[in-house]
Design a protein around this ligand. Structure first.
Ligand code: NAP
Length: 257
């Protein structure tokens, strides 16, 4: 059997809608043998139509070892734009193993007429931007990054995340709600109105599933503290795309590592 006859082994680094959609496309294409990797943080991940592995690899070296041990031919990094460590690890591991890497990254949201965005480089800067005056804050940054807001308990928080936040979080009076996108514009308007939301805190995650909150904030004249994407240190070349179609094309064609 030549290299070209063999099924191409693909490792998708996931935890995102894009990774799931890509795996749904690839699972019906017999020339690809796909494994999707999850960090293992979400308590009940949605079902996936390909082989799933879960849990960290043990840094860039662990990921490189996995790639070699499993004969992985291509890696697609479809992790969330804020998952900077795994992105850097994927870059290092693929460079070390000379395995081609594609980053399937959501395009960031861009400010539209009527948007009031106050940008912040991270959670602590977002807290500073919120200011001292107590406000009613809709916090939609995921449960892992909430600790910074303990420094500003004067605000009244509505916190929405896929899984419930850590119980030890010192935010007395915060209201938690579990929710997994997509959310509709009508739902977001109603929620923000009902809670009297005065400011929204969001990561610039991009994508459609959670964009309705940004549109709702625009409609309700609610300012958005927009947390910008983190810098990712790359150790080698990677191809980048926003498109699942292009990711499928990239897999189907030969590329230099
Ligand atoms: P991170 O800070 O970049 O990664 C931390 C560590 O988690 C990595 O070093 C790696 O452990 C492990 N890891 C992350 N993604 C993995 C994957 N797909 N498969 C196996 N191990 C993985 O990542 P994070 O921000 O904590 O995000 C964790 C997961 O949640 C990612 O899969 C991401 O796509 C998803 N997610 C993140 C966000 C967010 O806002 N950050 C939002 C939605 C979904 P080792 O070093 O041991 O390999």
């Amino acid at each position: 059997m030549t290299n070209d006859d063999r099924r191409r082994r693909v490792l998708i680094l996931g935890g995102t809608t894009e990774a799931r959609l890509l795996s749904e496309r690839l699972c019906v294409m017999p020339r690809f043998d796909v494994t999707l990797s999850l960090a293992g943080r979400t308590q009940q991940p949605l079902p996936l139509p390909v082989t799933v592995r879960s849990g960290g690899f043990g840094g860039a070296k662990g990921l490189a070892d996995y790639v070699v041990a499993n004969g992985v031919d291509r890696v697609i990094d479809a992790t969330h734009p804020f998952a900077a460590r795994i992105k850097a690890n994927a870059s290092s591991a693929c460079a070390a193993c000379a395995v081609p890497l594609l980053a399937l990254i959501r395009a960031p949201w861009t400010k539209q007429p009527g948007d009031v965005w106050l940008t912040a480089a991270g959670g602590m800067e977002a807290v500073a931007v919120l200011g001292i005056e107590p406000r009613c804050v809709f916090l939609t940054i995921g449960r892992a990054d909430l600790a910074a807001f303990e420094a500003a308990p004067q605000h009244r928080y509505l916190i929405r995340s896929v899984d419930a936040p850590d119980e030890a979080l010192a935010l007395p009076g915060a209201h938690f709600m579990r929710g997994r996108g997509p959310f509709s514009y009508a739902e977001e308007i109603e929620l923000m109105r009902n809670y009297g939301i005065e400011v929204l805190v969001s990561k610039n995650s991009g994508g459609e599933a959670t964009y309705a909150k940004i549109e709702a904030a625009r409609r309700l004249n609610v300012p958005v503290v927009m947390i910008e994407r983190p810098f990712v240190a790359l150790a080698g070349p990677r191809t980048e795309t926003h498109s699942i179609d292009e990711a499928v094309d990239w897999l189907a064609h030969d590329v230099a590592p």
